[in-house]
Design a protein around this ligand. Structure first.
Ligand SMILES: C[S@@+](CC[C@H](N)C(=O)[O-])C[C@H]1O[C@@H](n2cnc3c(N)ncnc32)[C@H](O)[C@@H]1O
Length: 247
């Protein structure tokens, strides 16, 4: 039995459990953003949920049926522990599947033609799943996969929260920056995008080189997105970006 994949597993659960206090402001901001996502269906297809460490049960309980997918063998157990009681009480029927939901996405979309599709901090992990670690092929392959996924979602109501960049921070500036969030519109012009990115990284107290999670083009120009600061470790933060695309 595998203990972990590159983006989940026991290490993730241990880290998430230990970091709950430091992540609390970000988790609250995710909950506030999700309040603005109004499903047109009572079904949810939830991808990369893990244990739902940063997901509010209150948002989940509005659905009648939830199909959940993750690669991680431990995820159903911990998810059940965190959300099971609330979902049961609310009469939500939920099924946890273990497998590669991105590989099977067209089939999953067909199985639930009306469901809201929510990628829960998974699209920014795709580069770690590539066979070509830290290479030009990895970047090209990941960007191509993300383009295919967005194409497959055409005509669907979907939302995603994912890593844009991550890296070291100056802890003093970073401490002042928390809780940080901003609403912005994806610009069509690369130079404007760079200016916006730089301004946001300054707010976060970014230092040195940040890792690109290759998700810059998941949301199209003109799309409203919410940026959130996630103090993943005290001195290593993630920039999360959340957005909702209506059918
Ligand atoms: C950063 S964690 C997400 C955490 C989760 N949203 C939470 O609040 O706890 C990313 C998760 O995505 C899962 N994952 C990565 N690639 C996947 C894929 N292709 N299909 C399904 N799950 C995937 C990993 O196993 C991991 O549990």
């Amino acid at each position: 039995m595998r203990l972990a994949n590159p983006s989940g597993g026991l290490l993730w659960h241990w880290r998430a459990w230990r970091s709950q206090a430091r992540w609390a402001a970000t988790t609250a901001q995710i909950a506030a953003w999700l309040q603005q996502v109004h499903p047109q269906s009572d079904e949810l297809l939830l991808i990369g949920a893990s244990a739902g460490w940063m997901l509010p049960s209150a948002w989940l309980q509005q659905f009648k049926k939830i199909e959940i997918w993750d690669l991680d063998v431990w995820a159903p157990l911990f998810f059940s522990h965190r959300h099971g009681r609330t979902l049961k009480k609310a009469g939500v029927s939920w099924h946890y599947h273990r497998g590669d939901a991105l590989q099977q996405l067209p089939q999953l979309l067909q199985n639930q033609p009306q469901a809201l599709v929510f990628f829960d901090n998974v699209l920014g992990q795709l580069r770690f799943m590539s066979a070509h670690r830290n290479s030009v092929q990895q970047v090209q392959q990941t960007e191509q996969r993300l383009r295919e996924i967005v194409q497959q979602l055409q005509g669907r109501h979907w939302a995603s929260i994912h890593d844009r960049l991550s890296g070291p921070v100056d802890s003093l500036t970073a401490a002042r920056a928390m809780p940080s969030t901003r609403s912005t519109t994806v610009p069509s012009e690369a130079r404007q995008q760079m200016r916006l990115d730089r301004a946001w990284l300054n707010v976060l107290g970014a230092q040195g080189e940040w890792l690109d999670h290759l998700t810059a083009s998941v949301f199209a120009p003109g799309q409203t997105v919410r940026d959130l600061a996630w103090p993943f470790k005290a001195d290593y933060w993630h920039w999360l970006q959340a957005g909702e695309v209506r059918a």
